[in-house]
Design a protein around this ligand. Structure first.
Ligand SMILES: NC(=O)c1ccc[n+]([C@@H]2O[C@H](COP(=O)([O-])OP(=O)(O)OC[C@H]3O[C@@H](n4cnc5c(N)ncnc54)[C@H](OP(=O)(O)O)[C@@H]3O)[C@@H](O)[C@H]2O)c1
Length: 347
């Protein structure tokens, strides 16, 4: 009978802990097998078919053997990576999920996953948008942009907003959310193609290629002659130092991430932190998870805006689980244009 025989299950496993920049060879594709039924007697368990997997920068931290306190745990070498994805329920002993439900949230990097006591899965109720959007604009990166900008930074019409890594999964939304409230928005990204996207597709007022402007302070002074009210921090390092020199009094810095630091064995220092005092800058870190309780409110804003074309979203889609290692590694060199995801299966 269908579901009672084992089928093959391709997986992306971590070969060993990573130091420095991750490489494709830090991951391996192996083929195991799995029965497409929840084992008898397993309570609150789901058997998922994974459709889309999300490549997220925080996964880099999990590839290291972590020796400092962290909000995530290390992956285990020899086991599949875990991450956000969109999946279909094939079998369930959980009262809240049934066969053929679609969900987004934490799953494993493999074709099929057995998930016990799912806590980080959200049921997908609206399928009149691309399902892959639940790895991005309608998933964790979307909530990150929403929470970090609207909840933490309280943008007001006419304020000056700067976003780094601006063409990525989170950044492209931060800029568009800030435009929705009438801010003046500038972004930076690492190529001409990305800068064009920021200005011509996402409606940023201005943008620059940080790789061609080694004097970041000068680039920011040109784009923000009156200074920055809100900095949405995705990059850290030299960029943060230059931004601190250009913040206005009572500016806000929403610290979302610092991708320029993730592959360094010794993080760079921040030299201009004293600016925080004189300018009375509020700098606050946050996690997407802080805003999960606001997901329904978030959907009420974002879903109609997508359908009315007021928000656009660019994805970079890698086809097939075999492409997952190169797609993940690529986000640390800026290979992705837009939200990087991997298609495992389309239905
Ligand atoms: N706090 C949270 O809960 C949370 C949630 C999601 C994401 N984040 C953080 O948000 C940031 C953006 O994440 P995302 O998912 O939107 O990723 P993404 O922007 O889609 O991809 C990463 C991008 O970062 C840029 N980058 C890579 N190395 C860089 C470097 N050394 N210096 C400057 N830019 C670099 C690249 O674009 P360029 O071509 O422009 O260099 C790359 O495309 C990351 O810091 C991430 O950790 C935080």
């Amino acid at each position: 009978m269908a579901g009672e025989e084992a089928v093959s299950n391709k997986q992306v496993i971590l070969s060993d802990y990573v130091t420095g920049f991750p490489k494709e060879s830090d991951m391996k594709i192996i083929t195991g097998s799995i029965n497409l039924k929840v084992p008898e007697g397993s309570k609150d368990t789901l058997l998922l078919k994974n459709l889309y997997l999300s490549c997220d920068p925080y996964m880099r931290g999990r590839m290291s053997k972590l020796d400092k306190p962290s909000f995530v745990a290390s992956f285990n070498p020899g086991e599949p990576l875990s991450g956000y994805g969109v999946s279909k329920v094939l079998d369930s002993t959980h009262p809240n999920y049934k066969k053929d439900d679609l969900v987004w949230g934490l799953t494993s990097w493999e074709e099929y996953s057995l998930i016990q006591s799912p806590q980080l899965l959200i049921k997908i109720l609206d399928t009149n948008v691309p399902l892959s959007y639940y790895t991005g604009i309608l998933g964790m990166p979307g909530l990150t942009a929403y929470g970090g900008l609207y909840e933490l930074s309280s943008p007001k019409k006419g304020e000056y907003v700067y976003v780094s890594a601006a063409s990525g999964a989170v950044g492209q939304l931060v800029g568009q959310f800030a435009k929705l409230v009438g801010c003046h928005v500038v972004g930076s990204a690492g190529s001409k193609e990305k800068v064009d996207l920021l200005k011509n597709k996402f409606g940023f007022d201005d943008a620059f290629n940080y790789k061609e402007e080694p004097d970041l302070d000068a680039a920011l002074k040109r784009c923000f002659p009156e200074g920055i009210d809100i900095y949405f921090e995705n990059v850290g390092g030299k960029m943060l130092d230059a931004v601190l020199l250009n913040m206005r009094i009572r500016g806000r810095i929403a610290v979302c991430g610092m991708i320029s630091q993730y592959n360094l064995e010794k993080p760079e220092g921040v030299h201009n932190l004293m600016q925080v005092v004189g300018k009375r800058i509020r700098m606050e870190g946050f996690l997407a998870g802080d805003f999960y309780h606001q997901y329904p409110k978030f959907l009420e804003l974002v879903m109609p805006a997508i359908k009315e074309g007021k928000l656009v979203y660019v994805e970079d889609i890698a086809e097939g689980l075999e492409k997952a290692p190169s797609a993940l590694v690529g986000i640390f060199t800026g290979q992705n244009v837009g939200k990087q995801l991997v298609v495992v299966a389309r239905e």
